[in-house]
Design a protein around this ligand. Sequence first.
Ligand SMILES: C[S@@+](CC[C@H](N)C(=O)[O-])C[C@H]1O[C@@H](n2cnc3c(N)ncnc32)[C@H](O)[C@@H]1O
Ligand code: SF4
Length: 444
Amino acid sequence: MKNLLEKYNRQGPRYTSYPPVPFWKNKPTEMEWVNHLQMNYHAETGMDLYVHIPFCEKLCYYCACNRVITKNKGVQEHFIELLLTEWAMYKNLLGFTPVINSLHFGGGTPTFLSPENLEILIHALTTKKTAGFVGSIEIDPRVTTKEHLECFKRINITRVSLGIQDFDKDVQKAINRMQSFEMVESLVKEMRLLNFESINFDVIYGLPKQNINSIEETFRLIRKLKPDLIAFYSYAHLPDKIKNQRLINEDDLPKAEVKLSLYEKGKELLAMDGYHDVGMDHFALPHNFLFIAKNENKLHRNFMGYVDKKSPILLGLGPTSISDSSMSFMQNEKGLSEYELRLKRGELPLAIGHTHNQDDLNVQKIILDLMCTDESILESPENLPYWPEVQLELTNMASDGILNFQNKKLTILPEGKKFTRNIAMAFDYYFREKMPLTKFSKTI
Ligand SMILES: C[S@@+](CC[C@H](N)C(=O)[O-])C[C@H]1O[C@@H](n2cnc3c(N)ncnc32)[C@H](O)[C@@H]1O
Ligand code: SF4
């Protein structure tokens, strides 16, 4: 196994979208984009909304998210005005008020906003909701209060994800994120009293100062709180691209073989504690909605990760947000000032985009199937781009015992699950053509 981990541990996309953002081309015009939304919108299924709140009070050195560090809480009201301006522009261009099927607050730190402001925002965005509406939010336990939790309950946010990363003090110091177990414990206790549908912990392996003992201790503490879901992420260290990561002392980073053993140890402890692998990086207890969706073959994947329901449209509001119309992708301006400037000019703040061709849609389906169900039926494989090369790679992977490919059916074997990104990469024709020029994190 160690040899396979070494063999397949190479740079590659995470496939929250296909094609991945660095390979996008043929951006739709604003008119085409609105047209794609109109063509794919159905009132019965509604649309999914993603709202990006970029603010954080303090910088975590490892952070790869798009965020603005400020302690000035006075920025909230103006930012909400910008989000509502963007929303009003969409309603105006579409010619109707969309029915909302789900709303996810991501960041940055959504709980940078006060409970009152979060409430104003969600009410304004969800005047029309589907019967099965689901609300979810990413929270930083250090800036989340009991009042926030009570507000989530009032506004129908039932799925909450906490940034944990690691409980070890030395690791926390090295990443500039001090967060005591006791504080998280008391927040989780409040959450249990309020009966949230799902509590997720984000945990990262490969952080500076981590070792086998520290990860065992982190999981011992996590066990006490029994979150329903755990996202166990590989630390993506790209200091050339992400400047704040240069604040991490590279000598403190676990070497490649230690990082692999942290991953193996984490997975072993998760299995011992009753968590099941539901998809890349995600582990769920059997009562959790993602585990149920996986068993019922209803798991989906979008820019935020795994979800149990998905509308044909995902609309992203706020700087850096990504949208999906089923025919094309769009990403908003990343910088807060550029985002604001575009809105002030009366334009949608769209920065980059991609219009799918038939090859994109075929490959997208295969990659999504693999990520969500561990298998895919390749209908007309000979029509896939670079099929002879893809076939050769699949044959090699089959001889490594990580997949099966027979009668057009590709199945990822249990030993191959951790190499799902590598198997997806075999089909990714943009990666094949442009890989040497594009930087991605390692697959493990
Ligand atoms: C928006 S943050 C979560 C909410 C809140 N800002 C917090 O940190 O508590 C999203 C998650 O991305 C993950 N993340 C950020 N940078 C990462 C990196 N370089 N490698 C792997 N995961 C990372 C962290 O686990 C983090 O919890
Ligand atoms: S990890 Fe979360 S809290 Fe830390 S800087 Fe990134 S977005 Fe902000």
